[in-house]
Design a protein around this ligand. Structure first.
Ligand code: PEP
Ligand code: MG
Length: 587
């Protein structure tokens, strides 16, 4: 077959780098399932179609099993055996059959509804083993639906190297799992710049372009494809000349990264001698040491929920928490390691912790709300935090705080946990600094009150922008409305920074806003001296800060407060930096 013509798509580059590889298309949002009413005369044919679909899915799984057994060992292959068995199980298929006949519906609808019903049953049992079976069931029914609809399906273990995943949507844990296999890049339909999926890809150093509406419907499996996370471009079916050009760019990027690394031992000090601490945001354990190699001044945010997601469906043990916290504290020394308690819920949903499905999880039982609601689960984390504090400078931070009561409740709960540790005679440290994320507008507006009861603030612009502007950070359709320079955001930042300074507490910012060197500089102009970003963003920000004076930046920030729209602020910031670049070139 002749190679189709080269096509270029434009999305958002949310994680840098360039990947050249072969596409593998996956649809995680699941096929659309319609309920179709069938006349009685067609019901037996529909049941036969169900069995043919199940047979096809079994054969596909058996092929995957054979391959998995060879590559991954018999334990993992046994998972596929369990799936094949489920596809032969009369209790599952029998229920589906019954539904087709009783409700006179198509096989897809019957499979979907039966899986939903069983899932609901499993979700409420105490037995962890059975709850895991419910995940198997979800996988199996998805497989069966694809077979019924004739959709091709791959298992990653069957694939050659240099895989680029083209997907409709991916959860952060999908990216962790896929990113540690032979995947070298992602092209995704959904997602904004600050989605957790993008954040994890940066942690894994894999290029991602998101916001590519409809991409899964026109990329063919195994098509050659280039993902350019620097510019947000995806090239399908590139010609030889284009591939060559991108190979060159890859080399240039590597050289640029190497030269930026040379800033590692330089102070993060502005032209007029003011120190700005550039700390590391850490999602995965392996980034602890990486943070040091990029010259981070400690850990400004450890998203501890990823430890949970990596261990899921089991809960991490106290010793597992302790081990990773110690690793972080030691990598951060002599600076602090700020560990955020679980921010589960929202999209970082955890079946074992959440009792129910929520219609609007981002406004639901998330962050500190979930911590306080499920103390049995969080006791383990809090014990480990107090125990880990003996290894160095550990600060504990609470996510998604919206009320002062949450801080007070947490303190009371922590006091109980400390009393338990004391009674058990375990080694721990009592005087940990406690801080809050400022990422809900309500918290920003009571920053002066919160500042009296906590030791530090860290502004989480990713959520603060989402909640203030009512713009979903994962939704490609409103990505243009996600504006860090909106006057509402600048005013909130102004108030929060002033409140922290008036109370004399530490303040930093750990949202992705700081990852853009220009915005980072503006934030310095607003008075921040502690910014936390993904470790590999540090060199570029440091280089820019070293070239600027905080007096000029303060004047810039002051002028920005006077504009009425994000566009006006943006234009002013851009022209400031153009002048700065010109004047530094003249020097
Ligand atoms: C934020 O909201 O800005 C933040 C840093 O937390 P997360 O991205 O994990 O929600
Ligand atoms: Mg947040």
């Amino acid at each position: 077959m002749p190679q189709p013509e080269m096509q270029v798509l434009q999305g958002m580059g949310v994680s840098g780098g360039i990947a050249i590889g072969r596409a593998v298309v996956i649809e995680t949002r699941g096929p659309d399932i319609f309920r179709i009413h069938l006349p009685p005369a067609e019901l037996e044919a529909e049941v036969a179609r169900l069995h043919a679909g199940a047979q096809h899915a079994r054969e596909e799984l058996q092929r995957t099993r054979a391959k998995a057994g060879k590559d991954l060992g018999s334990d993992l292959a046994a998972i596929f055996d369990a799936h094949v068995l489920m596809l032969s199980d009369a209790r599952f298929l029998g229920r589906v059959e019954e539904r087709i006949r009783a409700q006179q519906v198509n096989a897809e609808w019957a499979v979907h509804k039966t899986a939903e019903e069983l899932d609901e049953l499993f979700a409420h049992v105490d037995d962890a083993y059975l709850r895991e079976r419910s995940e198997d069931l979800t996988d199996v029914s998805r497989h069966l639906l694809r077979s019924l609809q004739g959709i091709s399906h791959h298992e990653l273990s069957e694939l050659p190297e240099d895989v680029i995943i083209v997907a409709d949507d991916l959860t952060p844990s999908d990216v962790i799992r896929l990113g540690r296999e032979q995947v070298i890049g992602f092209a995704i339909e959904s997602g904004g710049r600050t989605s957790h999926t993008a954040i994890i890809a940066v942690s894994l150093n894999l290029p991602v372009v998101s916001g590519l509406v409809g991409v899964t419907s026109f990329v063919r499996d195994q098509a050659s494809i280039i993902v350019d996370g620097e510019t947000g471009t995806v090239v399908m079916y590139p010609d030889a000349e284009t591939v060559e050009r991108y190979r060159h760019l890859q080399v240039e990027l590597r050289t640029r990264d190497q030269s930026l690394l040379a800033t590692r031992d330089l102070g993060s000090i502005s032209r007029d001698g003011v120190e700005v601490l550039l700390m590391a945001n850490i999602d995965l354990p392996e980034e602890a040491e990486e943070a040091r190699s990029f010259g981070a001044a400690g850990v400004g945010l450890y998203r501890s929920e990823f430890l949970y997601l990596e261990k899921s469906p089991a809960l991490p043990t106290e010793e597992e928490h302790l081990e990773i916290y110690r690793r972080l504290i030691e990598a951060a020394a002599p600076h602090p390691a700020i560990i955020r308690t679980y921010d589960l819920g929202g999209r970082k949903l955890a079946r074992e912790v959440m009792a129910t499905e929520e219609e609007n999880p981002v406004l639901g039982l998330r962050g500190i709300r979930l911590t306080l609601a499920r103390r049995d689960v969080f006791r383990v984390q809090i014990r480990a935090l107090y125990r880990a504090a003996v290894y160095g400078d550990l600060w504990v931070m609470l996510p998604l705080v919206s009320r002062l009561d949450e801080v007070r409740d947490f303190r009371a709960f922590a006091a109980q946990v400390v009393a338990e540790l004391e009674a058990e005679g375990l080694l721990f440290r009592r005087d940990i600094r406690l801080g809050v994320m400022i990422e809900v507008p309500a918290a920003a507006m009571i920053a002066d009150l919160l500042a009296k009861e906590v030791d530090f603030f860290s502004i989480g612009t990713n959520d603060l922008i989402q909640y203030s502007l009512a713009v979903d950070r994962n939704n490609e359709h409103v990505a243009e409305l996600y504006q860090p320079l909106h006057p509402a955001i600048l005013r909130m930042l102004r108030f929060v920074i002033d409140s922290a300074q008036a109370a004399g507490i530490e303040i930093g910012l750990c949202g992705e806003m700081a990852a853009d060197p220009r915005y980072a500089s503006l934030l310095v102009g607003m008075g921040l001296r502690r910014l936390s970003v993904s470790p590999r963003r540090i060199p570029e920000i440091k280089t820019l800060i070293r070239a600027l004076s905080t007096t000029d930046l303060a004047a810039l920030a002051q002028r920005c407060m006077g504009y009425a729209t994000a566009g006006e602020v943006r234009r002013h910031v851009d022209s400031f930096f153009e002048c700065e670049v010109l004047s530094s070139e003249r020097m």
